[in-house]
Design a protein around this ligand. Structure first.
Ligand code: GLN
Length: 487
């Protein structure tokens, strides 16, 4: 890895600001790294090399701008976010060749901050999956071990950052899709509170669950991106108009964990965990205690219903959201169809992959008259109880901690024949979305058995990202370093 691509976002930003390096040098280093590693990692669906270099040249000509906090920093964007004039496929054949005419708000804000869009990251089709194997194009590999998956659905975002191809990426998280790949790839990823970041320009999966968030190599890097993308946007009516704290400044405000209470839910620290995940996460919690945190046991009694609840609500919303892909307005259209209905059916059958079709069918079923009350309405009621469960728990502690996933990254193909088994892997992450709370994954070392990264999950109170990042930032310096993969 060339030295430049080994730097963190925070480090490269400082070098760019004082002109030790130019935006063109940094961009070229990232492109070289992409060229060297992409054949094995396959993290990106498209690379905007020429545009990125042209943008870097223009930035260099104008000179560093202190008002633009990501000046000259190459970033990747999950391919579910609209990027003006740049392919946006959602990992699906149905959107092959689609180029939006506008930028998602989060992307526009990154550009205004001076960031350089270098590539669009691979993902499970329409963000449905946990391994990136559901991409209609190719499966992304985990840079730590290319026989393993990077997690999903933002697996391309996780792998591109871990592989040193760029300094950070945007992912999206409906039920864990930022936290799981962050955990599997040994990087930091945060799903902000529902409403914290505008979803304008994000292709919706489960609209009441979706959030956009940063994935980077360090907590401070994540704080820098969150500073830029957080905040109200009148084009997303679910974005909340509350002040955005300076997340980077907040990091310096805490020196230890005294006075902090961390809740440990029994349901998350049980026998279902692999021993290496339990060990790494337990060590991290002991470290937090050594730094002054108090830990308390908790119960999240409704955890056993979380998967069923999520997989009713998410598929119901998905079936409705994906109705717009009908071959008329965007992407793939079957040319042989003889009438309108035939065209819808053929275009959708050819354009959507197996998992997406499965979910559309399930979602349509749980919303259909006669079943709506038994499934969708019931799930919505249970969801409310899950939210109350979390609110009560967060009344007893400042943060909830547990693993992100029961295991480290699985082998490619290990779960593809058993969708239910794959759904079960979301057990620790999906409740955070059902409750609308912020959650993040922090790397806490490598597993003793597989040598793969382990992520600790923190879940906080609504709009309390600053505290979560502070705690993660202090723990990051104290736990065994995860380092970077050798590729
Ligand atoms: N694995 C979960 C699913 O397939 C979560 C995906 C996500 O967060 N986008 O729905």
């Amino acid at each position: 890895m060339s030295d430049l691509t080994k730097l963190t976002l925070t480090e490269v930003r400082a070098k760019l600001a004082d002109k030790t390096v130019s935006a063109q040098e940094v961009t070229q280093a990232a492109l070289d790294r992409i060229q060297a590693t992409e054949p094995t990692v396959q993290a990106l669906l498209s690379v905007q090399g020429e545009e990125a270099l042209a943008q870097a040249k223009a930035l260099d000509a104008a000179g560093p701008d202190p008002a633009r906090p990501l000046w000259g920093v190459p970033l990747a964007i999950k391919d579910v976010l609209a990027t003006k004039g740049v392919p946006t496929t959602c990992g699906s054949k149905i959107l092959e060749g689609f180029k939006p005419v506008y930028d998602a708000t989060s992307v526009a804000r990154l550009k205004e901050a001076g960031a350089i869009l270098i590539g669009k990251a691979n993902m499970d089709e329409f963000a449905m999956g946990s391994t990136t194997e559901n991409s209609a194009y190719y499966a992304t590999r985990n840079p730590w071990d290319t026989s393993r998956v990077p997690g999903g659905s933002s697996g391309g975002s996780g792998a591109t950052v871990a592989a040193g191809q760029c300094y950070g990426a945007l992912g999206t998280d409906t039920g864990g899709s930022i936290r799981l790949p962050a955990s599997f790839c040994g990087i930091v990823g945060i799903k902000p509170t529902y409403g914290r970041v505008s979803r304008f320009g994000m292709v919706a999966y489960g609209s009441s669950l979706d959030q956009i968030g940063p994935m980077t190599r360090t907590v401070e890097d994540t704080a820098r991106i969150l500073n830029v993308i957080a905040g109200h946007d009148e084009r997303d009516s679910t974005s909340v108009d509350t002040p955005v704290p300076d997340y980077v400044a907040a990091l310096a405000e805490r020196q230890d964990l005294k006075g902090l209470t961390i809740g440990l839910p029994e349901e998350y620290w049980n026998k279902g965990l692999s021993s290496e995940v339990a060990e790494a996460c337990t060590t991290a919690i002991r470290t937090a205690e050594d730094m002054g945190a108090k830990t308390v046991p908790l119960r999240l009694k409704l955890s056993e219903y979380a998967i069923a609840t999520y997989y009713i609500i998410a598929v119901a919303e998905a079936s409705s959201n994906l109705a717009r892909f009908d071959g008329v307005r965007y992407g793939h259209r079957d040319k042989s169809a003889e009438n309108l209905i035939d065209m819808y059916v053929k275009s959708r059958t050819q354009g959507f992959g197996e998992e997406v079709q499965r979910r559309i069918i399930l979602g349509t079923y749980v919303l259909s008259s006669g079943y709506y009350d038994a499934y969708y309405r019931k799930a919505a009621q249970v969801r409310r109880l899950i939210r109350q469960d979390f609110e009560a728990a967060l009344g007893q502690c400042d943060l909830i901690a547990g693993p992100v996933c029961p295991t480290t990254a699985f082998r490619v193909g290990e779960m593809t024949d058993d969708p239910l088994q794959m759904y079960l892997m979301d057990i620790f992450t999906i409740s955070t979305n059902l409750a609308g709370l912020p959650g993040m994954s922090l790397p806490v070392g490598l597993g003793r058995d597989t040598g793969m990264p382990v992520g600790l999950q923190l879940t906080g109170r609504a709009f309390d990202e600053a505290r979560m990042l502070q705690v993660a930032g202090l723990l990051e310096k104290a736990v065994p370093p995860t380092g970077q993969p050798v590729l």
